[in-house]
Design a protein around this ligand. Structure first.
Ligand SMILES: Cc1cc2nc3c(=O)[nH]c(=O)nc-3n(C[C@H](O)[C@H](O)[C@H](O)COP(=O)(O)OP(=O)(O)OC[C@H]3O[C@@H](n4cnc5c(N)ncnc54)[C@H](O)[C@@H]3O)c2cc1C
Length: 417
């Protein structure tokens, strides 16, 4: 792999940048691997990278049914934060936020992590009490979060309307300054390039169609569109399609898959300095480096694998955006798209071992797994390398839906982005 460095950039400038090698080669599958990851989203590619880098397991294949990063990784609104209520969640998401910090250097790839702050607006007394509780809980866990008055919200993000006449008046906000955004495609590309340089095979356009188990029930490998590939260790990181893949191994998973939409406006000059979320009216927004306002909506109310959402959801979101930011009322929207998110009953992920020996899973991130990408990859790799979960992901086991030890962020926040 030729490193991106000032020296190499200058050298390449003299020959029209013709000397850069391809980021990763498209590989044909081998007959067997030490480990297989199903799904080349950020989480799966991250797991492959950390397996190779931290644990020396380099004979690894990442198998992707479409193109790398074409799932939720390339479709999300890229909000990064770790100000979740429960201790388990704060540990999990802050593990990821700490990794985001040095990721560009680690991967030698600019993932454009921008710590511009995530401001969550409070519109009623319940919001105020709930956010203040979050702030106290976060601080006890060493996670930054602070309360802003309406005037301080306005000073931090001038387009917000804080006049008391609106239907959803701004009563204050919780600000996590370390929160922000990163460039989603770069995250997938950076992990793919770095993993490939360590020997990982990335196999695209090759759907996993079956999971083969031996007489003892343990994993033997995966059936794919390009034939059988043997491995005693398979990690499934297939987001919205997880329950379909786990069914191939004979496992029922407590997941529902919903369409989730996002949209962008026409590009404008820099006007929106941070990320603003409004859970009560269910709308959130940031501005991309291209100048587009990036807007997120809620999930559809019905389950589906359609990768596109219902129009009335977008309409509802834009009505809320226009109310909180009247300055944007005359903006035109350019594109809208959808992904399929995998949602658990408590809105927290499942990350660990399964009842099938050699089969591991990372799923249930629902509407909020982009922020966890480096952490999820790291912890899936740890779990696969040790055949035991790390203490951070140990609570995120499948058994919690039997023994009732839920991590109920849905009840805590009513939104999970
Ligand atoms: C519109 C939208 C907005 C969002 N906004 C945010 C946000 O602001 N912040 C945040 O933190 N999160 C957000 N999310 C959630 C976030 O995108 C996901 O939780 C995260 O990207 C999941 O990453 P992943 O790598 O697990 O999944 P994916 O990127 O979806 O990767 C899974 C891969 O598995 C592949 N696959 C599936 N089945 C098979 C098979 N049988 N064989 C081979 N491959 C298979 C898929 O093709 C896919 O590429 C959003 C999601 C959407 C849709």
């Amino acid at each position: 792999m030729k490193r991106f460095s000032g020296f190499n950039l200058i050298g390449e400038a003299f020959r029209s940048h013709q000397g850069w090698p391809e980021h990763w080669p498209d590989k044909a599958p081998k007959a067997s691997y030490d480990a297989i990851i199903v799904g080349a989203g950020g989480h799966g590619l991250g797991a492959a990278y950390y397996l190779a880098k931290k644990y020396g397991i380099t004979n690894v294949a990442v198998i992707e049914k479409g193109w790398l990063g074409g799932g939720n990784t390339g479709r999300n609104t890229t909000i990064i934060r770790s100000n979740y209520l429960y201790d388990e969640s704060a540990h999990l998401y802050d593990h990821a936020v700490k990794l985001w910090d040095g990721l560009s250097q680690d991967l030698n790839y600019n993932i454009m992590y921008s710590k511009r702050g995530v401001l969550m607006l409070a519109h009623n007394v319940h919001d105020v009490q709930s956010f203040k509780r979050h702030i106290h809980a976060n601080r006890l866990n060493g996670v930054d979060n602070e309360w802003l008055t309406p005037e301080e919200c306005k000073a931090y993000c001038p387009p917000i309307d804080i006049s008391p006449r609106t239907r959803h008046p701004v009563l204050g906000g919780a600000l996590q300054r370390r929160g922000g955004t990163a460039r989603h495609d770069s995250v997938a590309w950076g992990y793919a390039r770095a993993a490939s340089a360590l020997g990982v095979d990335i196999i695209q356009n090759c759907a996993v169609t079956g999971i083969r188990r031996g007489a003892d029930g343990a994993i033997e490998g995966v059936e794919t569109e390009r034939g059988f590939i043997a491995s005693r260790r398979v990690g499934v990181s297939a987001a919205g399609s997880t329950s379909l893949v786990m069914k191939m191994a004979g496992l029922d998973f407590p997941l529902e898959s919903y369409p989730l939409q996002a949209l962008v406006s026409e590009p404008v000059k820099p006007i929106f300095p941070c990320v603003v979320m409004s859970n009560t009216v269910h709308a959130y927004m940031s501005q991309s480096d291209k100048g587009e306002l990036v807007i997120g909506a809620g999930t559809d109310q019905y389950t589906s694998y359609s990768q596109r959402g219902a129009f009335h959801i977008v309409e509802h979101t834009l009505a809320a955006i226009c109310e909180i930011f009247p300055i944007f009322t005359r903006m035109r929207m350019l594109r809208t798209w959808g992904g399929i998110v995998d949602v658990t009953p408590d809105r927290s992920p499942i990350l660990g071992k399964t009842p099938v020996k050699g089969l591991y899973v990372n799923c249930g991130w629902g509407t909020g797994g982009f922020k966890a990408t480096p952490g999820a990859g790291d912890l899936l790799a740890y779990t696969m390398a040790h055949d035991e979960p790390h203490k951070i992901n140990a609570p995120y086991n499948l058994d919690r839906f039997r023994n009732g030890r839920l991590i109920d962020e849905a009840a805590a926040a009513a939104v999970a982005h």
